[in-house]
Design a binder for this molecule. Structure first.
Ligand SMILES: [Zn+2]
Length: 66
């Protein structure tokens, strides 16, 4: 099964990451989750963006390259 990410348009295998409105690849889902975490933390938009960037960096370090 192949899906297409609604955020970046990249094709990927598997179910993907379903949000209430979209299907996202792992990378975009990480960004989305980072934004959500930042917003939940109550830091506002700026903090949400920085949290998303931080989360992506963590994933790049911990996730092996394909
Ligand atoms: Zn994507």
């Amino acid at each position: 099964m192949t899906n297409r990410c609604d955020q970046c348009g990249r094709k990927f295998r598997g179910e993907g990451n379903h949000t209430p409105t979209r299907i996202l690849c792992d990378d975009c889902n990480a960004t989305y989750m980072g934004h959500a975490a930042g917003l939940i933390a109550g830091g506002g938009i700026g903090n949400a963006i920085s949290t998303a960037g931080w989360y992506q960096r963590i994933r790049k370090v911990t996730k092996p390259k394909h």
